[in-house]
Design a protein around this ligand. Structure first.
Ligand SMILES: [Zn+2]
Length: 150
């Protein structure tokens, strides 16, 4: 895979993340607004969070692979306090955090926030798609309800 930015530049763009050999492709993808999930080249299984080997077949032939970003809310939480983050103001109301089961594979889940949705609409089973927001000056993958499927 062509690398759009060097490892050093990547660390500079995500100072709030511990970048390592296993997760660097994930964050490099964010800079291109692409959600890259590790996929085993031997058994085809996706895995997240990034790990050096496939948990199903122990292969180390792992490739960062673009996924659609479409899925269904598996778990929804509403934080009333927490670590500071850009665009998060607990004084204005709870901050939604969802774990989304991605459509590529049962059990493949990615956790982020939800935008463009009233809190009352955010519930388990809600169909969502990717919505890139800005965090600390870099793209950050969030979710929003899919149009026409609320
Ligand atoms: Zn495998």
């Amino acid at each position: 895979m062509a690398e759009s930015v060097s490892d050093a530049a990547l660390v500079e763009r995500f100072p709030w993340v511990q970048i390592d050999h296993d997760n660097k492709h994930l964050f490099r993808g964010w800079l291109d607004r692409r959600l890259l999930i590790q996929r085993c080249q031997d058994c085809g299984r996706f895995q997240h969070p990034p790990k050096p080997i496939c948990p199903a077949c122990w292969s180390s032939r792992i490739e960062p692979t673009p996924v659609s970003g479409r899925g269904v809310v598996h778990l929804a939480m509403f934080l009333r306090q927490g670590a500071p983050a850009p665009g998060v103001d607990y004084e204005k109301g709870p901050h939604p955090v969802v774990t989304v089961e991605l459509e590529e594979q049962p059990g493949l889940r990615f956790t982020s926030t939800v935008v463009d949705a009233p809190l009352a609409d955010i519930r388990i089973g809600l169909p969502v798609e990717l919505a890139w927001i800005d965090r600390y000056g870099a793209p950050f993958p969030a979710f929003r309800p899919r149009a026409g499927e609320r």
